[in-house]
Design a protein. Structure first.
Length: 83
């Protein structure tokens, strides 16, 4: 006569180990993300790539003098901010 396949038990064989594992999951402190590891440290004088929306006429004004318009915008922003 064939025996029916055994079903997995609903309870773990060692209830104490199961309880300790469940307790450990609930009481573990979340890992804290170290902000300094997310971004590499800025190099002195390095430029950062950003996206900036400005009016078309302002852009055309700075581009009218040719190459270097991004540096001119940077200089204007630096002067306006008082740096």
């Amino acid at each position: 006569m064939n025996r029916p396949p055994e079903r997995p038990t609903r309870r773990p064989t060692d209830p104490r180990s199961a309880a300790e594992a469940a307790f450990k999951k609930v009481t573990e402190k979340p890992r804290r993300i170290d902000e300094s590891t997310l971004r590499p440290p800025a190099l002195p004088g390095a430029k950062e790539l950003v996206s900036l929306k400005i009016d078309r006429d302002v852009l055309e004004h700075f581009q009218a003098e040719g190459p270097g318009w991004q540096d001119r915008i940077n200089a204007a922003l630096r002067a306006a901010s008082g740096l």
